[in-house]
Design a protein around this ligand. Structure first.
Ligand SMILES: O=C(O)CC[C@@H](O)C(=O)O
Ligand SMILES: [Zn+2]
Length: 510
């Protein structure tokens, strides 16, 4: 799978930028508050006394220097930028509690941040929110080999957790391209989906318990390690996917599957999207319980990973490609099943070319073709990202409709994603951000999705960029209820403000 360095690359670009105040250099990211006419809410302003308090609380783990703070203010995509002047790096839940208690009293806004790999502007401040980084909360608390339950602090990097588990014959139930940088707390806070969801389900099922610090600094200990617990409301579900707006997740208890003994990856070419769909139904029927991923990408995606990342396609040029992974416990059995399926798929013309990998290195190469599309797209300029759930049969219609709508107005309109989960990643690129192109895409994309009863965010969340569109996927009553939960848990609204839930209408300015 993709090397962790891939996703970390953003940090290197950031370090190359010039001063964070003002937009002097062409490579500077336009501050969010300039691009979008969002108004700062009346939170307190950071004073010298505040910094002194934090320095006493966590000496050496308080960043205030402009250059030090800069990377924490910009998202990985380099599409939004805040102007925080302070990053705090607590190590313990008690420290997070003390920070929030203080901020709550002083009415200081706080932006919780994990690995900063989010794609909807949810992980960086909009204005001067204090950044509460989980980077130093990276301790594994326990792992039970009998139950497969891992308990760890929120700042553990996903890939490190997976490596730790693999040594014990287990794996994490989720995997994503950003694994080398993303934190498990951020994964849970955004309810990240990823590449294994088809097999192991979402974090709403695998997360068994959470420890969360609420806005007023009080800690909520729901860190149980039980498969079954039917006592009252399942409060942890409120925090899963809440994007840091209801509380700061400080520890996670998660159910981990056994490491599969046999893994195979097939990379195939299909001549039409209809054939991609038929290949899916055939492979699901023939592979059954060993199917662990079914991903697709269109030819434009392949062209971009080849051009920008110098990866090469192992199969002949095709309008569509699919990546199928099997995970099981018996290699002979699994290979036989996979070969039978491939023979049938080739004989019936569903697939025109393909390759299979069983050794780790070759599987990794095949996975990179799919996992590194996001990175390849960033080389094209500004990327407008849409992460849509749709009835699977209609998944690609949105791409063709958007292509027809935008014509030469966009550089590329590509479609790829987790077909097995009904999740399309529609990405549109242009040389640079343009207000008029955005207007041509939105709300068209959301109206199209709503007409199909889809979701405008399958797995990336709403963050800053999509929060105004929640009504396309949720009824008014549900949004009002969410606002009431927010008001109850965070009455001053200090936690990750300007994110997830809609505010007064905003206008884009540049
Ligand atoms: O960049 C995107 O749009 C998708 C990123 C990620 O969710 C993926 O599946 O590769
Ligand atoms: Zn995805």
């Amino acid at each position: 799978m993709a090397s962790p360095a891939v996703w970390r690359r953003g940090a290197a670009w950031l370090r190359g930028c010039r001063g964070s105040r003002g937009c002097a250099g062409a490579r500077e990211v336009v501050p969010t508050c300039e691009r979008y006419a969002v108004r700062r809410l009346p939170f307190g302003r950071l004073a010298d006394g505040d910094v002194a308090f934090f320095e006493r609380l966590m000496p050496g783990r308080v960043l205030t220097g402009q250059e030090e703070v800069k990377p924490f203010n910009v998202d990985w995509l380099r599409s939004v930028r805040g102007c925080s002047q302070l990053v705090l790096k607590p190590q313990t839940t008690a420290e997070v509690s003390q920070v929030l208690r203080y901020c709550y009293e002083r009415n200081l806004a706080v932006n919780p941040q994990g690995g900063n790999t989010g794609l909807v502007g949810g992980s960086v401040p909009v204005f001067d929110e204090i950044i509460l980084s989980t980077a130093l909360m990276n301790r594994i608390i326990s792992f039970d080999k009998v139950s497969g339950i891992l308990v760890c602090q929120a700042g553990c990097v996903l890939e490190r957790l997976n490596e730790y588990l693999e040594e014990q014959g287990f794996i994490m139930p989720l995997d994503l391209g950003a694994k080398g940088s993303c934190h498990i707390g951020g994964n849970v806070a955004t309810n990240a989906g990823g590449l294994r969801l088809l097999r192991y389900g979402s974090l709403r099922g695998t997360v068994l318990g959470l420890e969360v610090v609420l806005a007023d600094g009080s800690a909520l200990d729901c860190l149980t390690s039980l498969r079954k617990d039917n006592t009252g409301y399942d409060l942890k579900q409120l925090f899963i996917g809440s994007e840091g707006t209801l509380g700061v997740i400080t520890a996670v208890s998660i159910l981990c599957p056994q490491k599969p003994k046999a893994v195979n990856v097939a990379f195939l070419g299909c001549q039409s999207f209809a054939k991609v769909l038929e290949t899916f139904t055939t492979c699901r029927a023939m592979l059954g319980e060993i199917l662990s991923a079914y991903e697709f990408m269109d030819e434009k995606c392949m062209e971009l990973v080849e051009r920008h990342l110098k990866l090469s396609s192992p199969v002949a040029d095709s309008p569509f490609y699919v990546l199928i992974e099997t995970s099981g416990s018996n290699s002979t059995h699994d290979e036989e099943k996979l070969n039978n399926f491939l023979e049938q798929a080739m004989a019936s013309g569903l697939v025109t070319d393909g390759t299979v990998a069983t050794d780790h290195k070759k599987m990794k190469v095949l996975w990179s073709l799919r996992e590194r599309i996001t990175e390849a797209l960033t080389h094209e300029g500004y990327v407008y990202k849409y992460d849509i759930s749709l009835p699977v049969g209609k998944l690609y219609d949105l791409v063709t409709d958007m292509r027809a709508r935008l014509g030469h107005g966009a550089k590329n309109v590509v479609g790829y994603g987790h077909l097995g989960d009904g999740n399309l990643h529609l990405n549109i690129t242009a040389e640079s951000y343009s207000h008029s192109l955005l207007d041509a895409i939105e709300p068209f994309v959301y109206e199209w999705t709503a007409r199909c009863s889809g979701s405008i965010s399958a797995e990336h969340g709403l963050g800053f960029k999509k929060k105004q569109f929640i009504q396309y996927s949720k009824p008014h009553k549900a949004v009002v209820l969410m606002q009431q939960f927010k008001a109850m848990l965070d009455p001053k609204g200090i936690l990750n403000p300007y994110k997830t839930l809609p505010s007064a209408p905003e206008r884009s300015m540049s």
